[in-house]
Each structure stands twice: as C-alpha cells, then as structure tokens.
Design a protein around this ligand. Structure first.
Ligand SMILES: Cc1cc2nc3c(=O)[nH]c(=O)nc-3n(C[C@H](O)[C@H](O)[C@H](O)COP(=O)(O)OP(=O)(O)OC[C@H]3O[C@@H](n4cnc5c(N)ncnc54)[C@H](O)[C@@H]3O)c2cc1C
Length: 397
C-alpha cells in the first residue's frame, strides 16, 4: 500500500487547490483522478496542428479580480504574467436562427420601473426568480435574464437561492476585472499538478474507502490501495456520499440530500475562414436543446475558432452535432476537431445555507476528513478554492 500524509480524491479545481494547500504545508500528498487529465470542469483540451496548439474551455472560462484565493495560488505558482485579458465581444441571444444582443432584447420601460428596487430588495430567503423578476421586471426576467442565469450552471435556475448567484466579493485592484490565462485555465491545473511533493495519478477511479488502524485506505478500480491519516474528497456530492457510506452514514446521508445536474458539453474547432458568424463571447439559447455555446473568440486565434456547446443531458450524438452545425451555419466536414465532457453542477435550493451548516457540524467529529467541491458556498471557481482553504485550515486547528 502506498503511504501518504494526505490522499485527495478528485482533481478538479477543488481537489487541486486542497492538494496545493497540503503540499505547501509540507505534507506528502497524493491526488487521485478518474479522468485522463487534471482540471475537471476547469480544463482546456488542446488541438495541435503543425507544432501549434489551439485550446478550448469545455467548462469554466472566466476568472475575476475578486478570486483572491485563486490569485494567491496563481501568484505562488508564478503564473501572474500569463493572465490574459478577454476580448470585449458580446454575450448574445440565439433565438429562431437569429443572433441578437442581450441588451437590445430588454424592455427598457419595464427595466426603468423595476430597476430602483435593487437598492431596497434583499436577496436573503429569495429565489433567483422571485428576486430578479422584481429587479428587472417579469417580462424581462422571463424573456431574457432567466436564460442568461440558466446558461451559468446549464440548468433552470428559477429556484436557486438568489444570494448564491453572482456574489459580490472584494476585488484586487492590481488584476484585470475578468481574465483567463495564455494557455487557458488548464495552466493553473498544470502548475499545481507539477508542485514538488505532490503525486498525481490520473486514470484512477476511486471505488471504495475504509478506516483501518487509525488511517484511511483508498481503493482504486485497478485494485491499488493508498493509505493516509488525512482524506480529502473533492468530488460531486453524490460520489462523495456513495464512497463515505463505509466511513460515516450520517455524513453520507446528508450529502445524499443534495441534487446535481449533468451537463453534456461538446467542443468544436473550426478553421477561421470557414465560419461567417461574427465574434461572440457566448450564444445563450432560450428553450433549445443547449443552454449556451461559449466561444474562444474572447482570446482570438489566427487560424481557428472554437465553441463549447453545453447541452441538456441524454441527447444522442447525431442530434447534438446536427444542432451545432445548424447554429454555426456549417456542414459537418468543416469541424476539424470535437471534444466531449460531462460536467456536474449542483442544483442549489433555498435552505442550502442550513444544509451547509449541518455538514460542517457533522465534520467536526471527523477532523481528518476534508470535504470540498462546488456545492458548499457556491459553484464559482473561487467558492471551490475558498472551501478547500477553509477545510485545510480546519485540519490545523
Ligand atoms: C459549463 C460550465 C461553465 C462554467 N463557467 C465558470 C466560469 O466561467 N467561472 C467560474 O468561476 N466558474 C464556472 N463554472 C463553475 C466551475 O467551473 C465549477 O464549479 C468547478 O470547476 C468545479 O470544480 P470541482 O473540482 O468542485 O468539480 P469538478 O471539476 O467536477 O472535479 C471533480 C473531479 O472528480 C473526478 N472524479 C469523479 N469521480 C471520481 C472518482 N470516483 N475517483 C476519482 N476521481 C473522480 C472527476 O473526474 C473530476 O475531475 C462553470 C461550470 C460549468 C459546468
């Protein structure tokens, strides 16, 4: 059995950041990932031709100056110089075969009447629908804004807690308001994975856990075993719930209460000269089989353009490719490369703060079990890193 101080399972940004904090503290840490690369929803697959590589985001795409914990890691990994601005191209609505600007689709008289409520209305205890339909007006919410919100976690967000979408956080003044990295977000995943003292194993699905002789034993699908005093799980809540059944029924049961949605993401790369559509940041598509198509036009490339279509789950490949070609106005032979990924995003509901408090209370009885993921304080990258930091700090207390 391979012995470690810490084993972290799941190498999305939650697991990577948790492993980063452990390694920085001098703990011998192993990170186990089921997929063939680290990054999870925070990864940028590449298409290489003639010695050049074109990257595309299949999940997260934008970081902000308010992502202070993420920036702390970026700084310590020496990546500040590769922070790259995003070109100012519009987020547009795609409806009935037409691309329309979000702003021009708004009803301004309704916005003027409702808008001032932003100064008095509190988000606490309100759903996204109840809060924002008062701020922007019912019609604007129904026809425009709700689709923009739905595109963020690729699911209907009417019942999400309003205070968990677009949180306001303190910003760093010395960093661009919004940005990516010269080689995409994967740059951060790569830099953390390369930290000395961190062993990263990809292609290792964790299938069971047990407690034995005062340590955790983690078993992967290939039969390998990893022992450690401290266990970090940074997985979708349902996966953590299943694995923890043998360690704490109460924690497993509480995790099992959460719901999540899967997002079927398909990325396509097209030669620039084969695509007539004007540059966009993303197409947001009301009542379609995809929630959004996020483009690489925010970091323009000389030769290629790329789009990640985020589909509702369960559609067959042919249907998805047909829709991609229709929206982009191209034939299938124009697609140079296709990438696919299934992302998992939580379906948050009112009462989530109470759920969060209870899991933290239950974890007080399991000091060496650290739980991170995108279902605690929120699903943004910074929420994931902040949760990992807080869990790491709990270890030291
Ligand atoms: C389409 C989309 C766009 C987004 N855009 C943004 C954005 O622009 N900005 C932003 O701040 N946030 C954005 N987000 C949210 C953010 O990207 C995610 O919430 C965050 O990346 C999730 O990280 P995570 O590590 O918690 O989970 P994940 O990235 O899902 O990582 C979990 C990892 O666990 C692995 N795993 C699962 N089961 C096992 C197992 N049994 N054994 C081993 N490994 C396992 C998975 O393969 C995966 O790599 C977006 C999300 C999506 C889906």
């Amino acid at each position: 059995m391979m012995q470690n101080d810490v084993v972290v399972v799941g190498a999305g940004i939650s697991g990577l950041s948790l492993a980063y904090y452990c390694v920085q503290a001098g703990l011998k840490t192993t990170l186990l990932e089921k997929g063939d690369a680290t990054g999870g929803s925070f990864s940028s697959p590449r298409y290489g031709v003639g010695g050049r590589e074109f990257w595309l985001e299949l999940g997260a795409h934008t970081c902000y100056s308010s992502y202070q914990n993420l920036l702390g890691i970026v700084e310590s990994c020496g990546l500040m110089a590769s922070i790259t601005p995003r070109a100012k191209v519009p987020f547009s609505l795609y409806r009935d075969g037409q691309v329309k600007s979000l702003v021009s689709s708004l009803n301004f008289p309704e916005l003027l009447v409702s808008g001032p409520k932003i100064f008095s209305l509190k988000k606490d205890g309100q759903t996204v629908k109840s809060y924002y339909s008062q701020i922007v007006g019912q019609k604007n919410y129904r026809d425009v804004i709700s689709h923009f919100f739905n595109a963020v976690p690729s699911q209907v967000t009417d019942d999400f807690p309003a205070d968990m979408m677009f949180k306001s956080r303190e910003k760093r003044k010395d960093v661009l308001k919004n940005y990516t990295f010269a080689e995409g977000l994967q740059s951060v995943a790569r830099a953390i994975s390369a930290k000395s003292g961190l062993n990263v194993f990809t292609g290792r699905e964790v299938v069971s856990l047990r407690e034995e002789n005062g340590q955790y034993v983690v078993v992967t699908a290939d039969g390998m075993e990893y022992g450690a005093k401290v266990l970090g799980l940074a997985l979708p809540s349902a996966v953590s719930s299943k694995l923890l059944g043998t360690v704490s029924r109460e924690i497993a049961g509480h995790l099992g209460l959460l719901k999540a949605a899967t997002v079927d993401s398909v990325g396509v790369v097209i030669k620039k000269e084969n695509l007539a559509m004007k540059p966009v940041a993303a197409l947001i598509s009301p009542n379609d089989i995809f929630f959004s198509a996020v483009s690489r036009d925010t970091v323009p490339d000389d030769s290629y353009r790329g789009f990640a279509f985020h589909f509702r789950p369960g559609l067959d490949e042919k249907k998805k490719m047909t829709r991609i070609c229709e929206v982009l106005g191209i034939g299938p032979s124009r697609i140079e490369k296709t990438f696919t990924r299934i992302n998992t995003v939580p379906s948050l509901r009112l009462g989530h703060h109470e759920w969060h408090e209870k899991i933290d209370t239950l974890l007080k009885g399991k000091k060496n079990l650290l739980l991170s993921g995108n279902y605690f304080g929120g699903m943004a990258i910074e929420d994931c890193v902040s949760r990992s930091k807080a869990e790491f700090e709990r270890l030291g207390k």
